[in-house]
Structure formats: structure tokens, C-alpha cells
Design a protein around this ligand. Structure first.
Ligand code: NAD
Length: 348
């Protein structure tokens, strides 16, 4: 029975990944400060695992705490050694993720994201834990006009959030270089994670104002907003709106399980891997699909382009498919159906 430490495991991607790992029979230990998530997700994770497990499900353990607290991290690793169930690997989700906020509060983003990671790495080294999967992002790339991004594409983040992600990747590269016979590290570079668990129990339920497309769609459905604003209809794309690579949250979660499996059976290494579907869908297209498939009107309006947006952000995902033996199983329709199911479940 493996035990994985999931930092930020009560957040959107972390909670769904806990469901994947536990459904595959692994125990997970979550550390989360709850700065952007709710403790009630613990119950939801367990219920979603009940819904989707095939055999014996793993257990869920939780520590409320901040990764910047080195004493806490040391204590968690030490306790697991005493209990004779050491932490086998870590998935590092914890961090701040709002591009908008990072522009107005860069110091906060550098302080939280970098110090959390440095502490985690020091503790892992101290307790001989060598396997790490890090949540990186497509925001580290300089977008190309109409070509897919592959792992070697030019890196050029255009906001403090993206800068912290690329810096962490570089820290990890240096750490790996310091002991290439020890560290097993994968940066997963996510494109646009969306959707919810198919049970309707778990989904994106962040604190604060909706910024991303799906939380905004939900706010329109539940009447908090009267329309979706689409930023720009004059981009060089077929319908003039931006094209993104929307990936179902459960496909993304399974990619983490695949990454851990891959690292377990292979020698120490450092790898960066895109996680996307490899298919683009425009913002207008997705709004229309969501509206049609869920039989619900979604009013929208075109607004001016947003600074920092790019017309086309789609992954070349061939490395993930080849190396991790993983592939996305859900399409845009599944994403829209599962998101809507989660939204309705909130009102039951
Ligand atoms: P999220 O905000 O829902 O989850 C992050 C979790 O980390 C939250 O539960 C938060 O409370 C916790 N946290 C933050 N700082 C912490 C700290 N110092 N110590 C302990 N816990 C802390 O975000 P998410 O969408 O689940 O994203 C997870 C990771 O994936 C983040 O690192 C994010 O940057 C990255 N990522 C997300 C997206 C996306 O579109 N959601 C895309 C690319 C990369």
C-alpha cells in the first residue's frame, strides 16, 4: 500500500487527484492551509471515491497547515516513518494561482509559491523521499500564433504567477542536477483543467470571485452574473475568439497517477510533460456546446481583448501519451455535462 503526500490536496485539482489515487487503492495524506479551499472537500473526496472505486479504496489523512511551516512538514514525514508507512512520493499542488492577483501582489506570489517549494524539497531530502510530481502550467510558454506547444517550446511567462512556475521548474532542475542518482521529478504542465467528477459530488468550488471560464459559466447559470464576457472576437481564429485546450479534470487527475507509476518503475530522472488533449476549442464554441447539451441559455457579450491573452494555446501531448501511457478519455461534451451536474448538485 503506497502513501502519497498531496500538498494543496483540498483544492480543485488536488481533490480530484485524491479521488483518482484512492480509487486505485493508494492512501493519501493531504496538507492544505485552506487558503483557497474548504475543509468540507474531505467528505466530498471520500464520497466521490465510494462512487468510483473499483476494488479496495485507499485512506485519506489530513493536516491543516501551511507548507511554509518547515517544522510541520518535518513532523509529518517523521511521523510516517515512525508509523512504518513512509511517504513514498509527493504531488505538489499547493500554491497561489490567480494570474490577476499575481500582477497586483507579486511579492505574495513569490513568497508563498517559492518558499513553500523550498521547504518541501528540504524536508523531502532530509527524509530521503526522492519522488516528486509538480503542478506546472502552460503559462510558462510564449504562445505561438497557431501552432501547438511542445515541451521544448520557448519559455516566456508574461505575469508573476507564470514566473514563479518557471522559477520552480528551474529550482527542481538544479536540485535534480545536484544528485542525479536520487531525484525522480516530473513537471506536469497543465493546459486548461475544467469539469467535475462524474458523480456530481466534487468540482471546482474555489473561494472568491469567479475568473476562469467555467466558474463564470456557473455564475451565469445560477444568476450571480447576467452574462459571460468573451474577451475579444477579433483574434485570428475561425470565430474570432480565443482557442484553448480544455482538459477534463479526471483525465488530468489520472495523469498524476500515471506519472507516479512511471517514476516508480523508472530510474531517477527529471522530465517536463504537457498535459492537455492536443485539441483546441474556442471560447465561443464551448459556450454554445454547454448551452445546447445542458439545455440552458447562456447569454454572452463580446468585450475588448484582455491584456496578456493569446489567441491559441494548445498542447502537443504526444510525450505524455508515449511516456506515461496515458490518454484523455473525455471530450468537451463530457466536460460540459459533468460541470453542469456538479452545479445542480449544489442546489439539492
Ligand atoms: P487551488 O487553489 O484550487 O488549489 C491549491 C490548494 O493549495 C488550495 O487548497 C490552497 O488552500 C492550498 N494552498 C495554497 N498555498 C498553500 C500553502 N502555502 N500551504 C498549504 N496549502 C496551500 O488550485 P488548483 O486549480 O487546484 O491548482 C493546483 C495547482 O495547479 C496550483 O499550483 C496551480 O498553480 C496549478 N495549475 C492550475 C491550473 C488551473 O487552471 N487550475 C493550471 C495550471 C497549473
Amino acid at each position: 500500500m503506497s502513501l502519497f503526500l498531496i500538498t494543496g490536496g483540498l483544492g480543485y485539482i488536488g481533490s480530484h487527484t485524491c479521488v483518482s489515487l484512492m480509487s486505485h487503492g493508494n492512501d493519501v495524506l493531504v496538507v492544505d492551509s485552506l487558503v483557497n479551499s474548504k475543509k468540507s472537500n474531505l467528505k466530498k473526496i471520500k464520497k466521490a471515491v465510494e462512487f468510483s472505486k473499483k476494488g479496495r479504496a485507499g485512506k485519506l489523512f489530513f493536516y491543516e497547515g501551511d507548507l511554509r511551516d518547515q517544522v510541520l512538514l518535518d513532523l509529518i514525514f517523521e511521523k510516517q516513518i515512525v508509523l512504518n508507512q513512509p511517504i513514498e512520493a509527493v504531488i505538489h499542488f499547493a500554491g497561489l494561482k490567480s494570474v490577476e492577483e499575481s500582477v497586483s501582489e507579486p511579492l505574495k506570489y513569490w513568497e508563498v509559491n517559492i518558499n513553500s517549494t523550498l521547504n518541501l524539497l528540504s524536508t523531502m531530502k532530509k527524509f530521503n523521499c526522492s519522488t516528486l510530481v509538480f503542478s506546472s502550467s502552460a503559462t510558462i510558454y510564449r504562445p505561438l500564433k497557431d501552432q501547438k506547444l511542445f515541451e521544448d517550446s520557448f519559455k516566456y511567462p508574461i505575469n508573476p504567477y507564470g514566473n514563479t512556475k518557471l522559477t520552480i521548474e528551474r529550482i527542481l532542475e538544479d536540485v535534480f542536477a545536484s544528485n542525479k542518482d536520487f531525484w525522480k521529478i516530473i513537471n506536469l504542465r497543465y493546459f486548461n483543467p475544467v469539469g467535475a467528477h462524474s458523480s456530481g459530488i466534487l468540482g471546482e468550488d474555489q473561494k472568491g470571485r469567479a475568473i476562469n471560464l467555467f466558474p463564470v459559466l456557473e455564475d451565469v447559470v445560477n444568476g450571480k452574473l447576467d452574462k459571460v464576457l468573451i474577451f475579444g472576437n477579433d483574434w485570428p481564429t475561425e470565430d474570432g475568439t480565443c482557442i484553448r485546450d480544455f482538459i477534463h479534470i479526471m483525465d488530468l487527475s489520472e495523469a498524476h497517477f500515471a506519472a507516479l507509476k512511471f517514476l516508480k518503475k523508472n530510474d531517477p530522472q527529471f522530465n517536463s510533460i504537457n498535459i492537455g488533449t492536443g485539441k483546441g476549442c474556442s471560447v465561443l464554441e464551448i459556450i454554445k456546446i454547454y448551452s445546447k447539451i445542458n439545455k440552458i441559455p447562456i447569454p454572452y457579450e463580446f468585450a475588448k481583448r484582455r491584456k496578456g491573452d493569446a489567441p491559441y494555446l494548445v498542447a502537443d501531448n504526444r510525450l505524455a501519451i508515449k511516456l506515461l501511457e496515458w490518454k484523455p478519455l473525455n471530450n468537451i461534451e463530457d466536460i460540459c455535462i459533468d460541470s453542469f451536474r456538479f452545479l445542480r448538485s449544489k442546489f439539492k
